[in-house]
Design a protein around this ligand. Structure first.
Ligand SMILES: *[C@@H]1O[C@H](CO)[C@@H](O)[C@H](O)[C@H]1NC(C)=O
Length: 401
């Protein structure tokens, strides 16, 4: 009774999996639209999570959404003003909130830029461009509200890092390059030595927002040593990259910053190597967080080879479908032990915020910023990068296929 025809029929009738096991290639308008639809759905769900948890979310959790908003649109100033004025009045008690600000907001006169502009010309992609525009509008409002809550919950950290969650700092790459494997370190140092406090103080000195500084592009001998130390991996490496990336984005060119691009090339080459190692061992939790941080930062750095279809697929699969967040759940769907999480978080990520349902504010932020990068690259495909989203064969680690 079995025949190739029947088998085919059974395959066609089989319930479609929630997520495709293999994403389409972006070569055709259909493939592009499917990919963009998947990314936008994931971003919309994550934005619902952001809105729900807005009062509790920390600054590091907001950064990724700011980066995403930059990807989506960069001309929503009128919306921001309207929103912010509302929050300030509410704060001073000058006006009682009669309704949720988002519900009250007039539909923003979103100028179709970036993703939207690119897709406005194609009938198949145009609705997705409009969706991206709506998402950008929602995000702009949420980010202003987040700022209001952060002013109350963590004013000192906010003062130091406010530029990171405001428009202007995160500029998107205009030209693309690829990482250079010959720059990968022969060996990595143990990660224990990394201090987030020290790194934060160097970043604040660079931004010119620290306690004792005024001018941007500040650098101390201590920070020079910390930020150029060879052999770093994990958060040590991603903070080193962040330091020189911000220096470049801010236009710092004096002294050490003359060599910013060389350090960016060096660090992203190593972050690519570490991401490929993560891939080779099947993205073992908790490496997912740093894996996505690497894609976000080196993507902004202009390295298109971080945007692999296979990595997009992995990230889409990590989202918790109900909550819309990204968090600490294993393949079995059970929430990871939160105490273990907290221990890990204290060691590597002081300002991580882990919610009781397994959602992680930092991981969600890194995921949306990485996904926003995929959308940005997809919109420009194939013109901007030559070959983004390459159909990379899976790396073959020794002893596996
Ligand atoms: C990669 O880096 C090596 C070492 O710095 C350099 O000699 C080589 O030219 C680089 N390759 C490319 C393609 O930039």
């Amino acid at each position: 009774m079995s025949s190739p025809g029947l088998l085919l029929l059974l395959l066609l009738l089989a319930p479609r999996p929630l997520r495709p096991s293999l994403l389409p290639r972006p070569d055709t308008a259909e493939g592009k639209a499917t990919l963009a639809g998947l990314i936008l759905s994931a971003l919309e769900r994550a934005t619902v999570f952001l809105e729900k948890r807005l009062p509790e979310i920390n600054l590091d959790g907001v950064v990724g959404f700011q980066v995403l908003e930059g990807y989506e649109s960069n001309s929503l100033r009128s919306v921001r003003t309207a929103c912010c004025a509302f929050e300030q009045r509410q704060h001073r008690g000058l006006a009682r909130p009669v309704a949720h600000p988002v519900e009250h907001a007039v539909s923003p006169p979103v100028q179709l830029t970036g993703v939207q502009e690119e897709w406005a010309r194609d009938p198949l992609l145009q609705p997705l461009g409009l969706r991206a525009g709506r998402l950008a509008g929602t995000l702009a409002l949420l980010l202003r509200r987040a700022l209001f809550y952060l002013r109350l919950s963590d004013p000192r950290y906010l003062k130091e890092f406010q530029p990171a969650i405001q428009p202007g700092l995160w500029k998107l790459p205009k030209t693309w390059t690829r990482t250079n494997a010959s720059l990968v370190y022969p060996t990595f140092e143990p990660e224990d030595s990394f201090s987030e406090e020290s790194s934060d103080s160097c970043l604040a000195l660079l931004l010119g927002t620290g306690m004792d500084s005024g001018q941007p592009c500040g650098l101390s001998d201590f920070c020079r040593t910390l930020m150029t130390k060879p052999g770093c991996s994990g958060y040590c490496l991603s903070h080193q990259l962040l330091f020189f990336l911000w220096a470049r984005l801010m236009g710092c060119t004096e002294g050490l910053f003359h060599q910013s691009q060389s350090y960016i090339d060096l660090y992203c080459a190593n972050m690519m190597d570490l991401n490929q190692r993560d891939d080779a061992v099947g993205f073992v939790y908790p490496a997912q967080d740093i894996f996505m941080e690497n894609i976000m930062l080196c993507g902004i750095g202009g390295f298109s080879d971080f945007y692999k279809l296979r990595w997009l697929e992995a990230i889409l699969n990590w989202q918790l479908p109900q909550e819309g967040c990204f968090g600490g759940r294993g393949a079995d769907g059970a929430a990871k032990d939160v105490r273990h999480q907290e221990h890990l978080s204290r060691r590597v990520k002081r300002r991580e915020k882990q919610f009781a349902d397994g959602c992680s504010s930092h991981k969600t932020a890194m995921a949306v910023a990485a996904l926003g990068g995929f959308l940005y690259v997809l919109a420009a495909y194939p013109a901007a990068t030559g070959e983004p989203l390459p159909p990379t064969p899976s790396p073959s680690p020794p002893g596996s296929s």
